[in-house]
Design a protein around this ligand. Structure first.
Ligand SMILES: [Zn+2]
Length: 243
């Protein structure tokens, strides 16, 4: 995989078809999400001295499948949640181990269910992450980076975009416990964001809760066409619905 790595800014990467991976650190790189066909970011982590590459979400594009299949060594795949844009390539790729939530396993049929915090000898941590976006989610943490997939985004139901108050409280608590100073959010143009600025946004959303109401509506962050409204505090950008 190392021959495919190249340190570059995202804008540069768009023009480099053969070297699409963006390097975050020498051990961590990712293939950015795309809109058509919709595909999640695909993260690759090869801890120094380890034979294993950890892959967080596998996306849908043939480019992602090709990169995964051309990689040498052992491959462990972790799926954040069961939405198709995160799991579809499981049908096209070869891997050694797969880690999923019990809800994701309903779709994948295979994989080890993760229902408590796991820490591996190479420093990789996987843990259940409270989420309004989908039933069940997993986060992966390595050194200074926590990969959260879409878990921080709102839930979309009967034209209502909303957060479950309890899950949002639990999510914020879990974020506070994380020792990683950087959070990585899928589908975001700023894939890597400081933990504190991400936390500030979700605390602001939680502050909207009204007693007796189990949900917080965030419809006002969206335009009629479903697009996210630009706002000064980027609240809207951080609740986006991606399926
Ligand atoms: Zn999703």
């Amino acid at each position: 995989m190392t021959t495919m790595l190249r340190h570059c800014e995202r804008s540069e990467a768009i023009h480099i078809i053969k070297m699409p991976l963006i390097q975050i650190t020498p051990e961590i790189s990712y293939l950015p999400s795309v809109e058509t066909p919709i595909s999640s970011d695909v993260v690759f982590i090869k801890p120094e001295g380890s034979e294993t590459t950890w892959i967080f979400d596998v996306g849908t594009t043939s480019e992602a499948a090709e990169i995964i299949n051309n990689m040498e060594g052992k491959k462990n795949v972790v799926i954040s949640h069961f939405h198709p844009d995160h799991i579809l390539n499981l049908l096209k790729i070869k891997y050694d181990n797969l880690y999923v939530t019990k809800y994701t396993k309903k779709y994948t049929r295979v994989g080890t269910i993760v229902d408590s915090d796991l820490e591996f000898s190479d420093g990789i941590k996987i843990y259940p992450f409270p989420s309004s976006h989908s039933k069940g989610a997993l986060a992966l943490e390595y050194k200074d980076y926590a990969f959260l997939g879409d878990a921080t985004y709102c839930h979309f139901r009967l034209n209502a975009r909303e957060y479950n108050v309890q899950l949002l409280e639990q999510m914020i608590k879990r974020m506070e416990q994380s020792s990683a100073p950087n959070f990585c959010l899928s589908h975001d143009k700023d894939f890597v964001q400081p933990k504190e600025s991400v936390l500030r946004i979700y605390r602001k959303i939680l502050a909207r809760r009204k007693s007796g109401n189990p949900t917080i509506n965030v419809n006002d962050f969206f335009n009629d066409d479903g697009g996210v409204k630009e706002s000064e505090d980027s609240l809207g950008n951080n609740v986006k619905v991606k399926l």
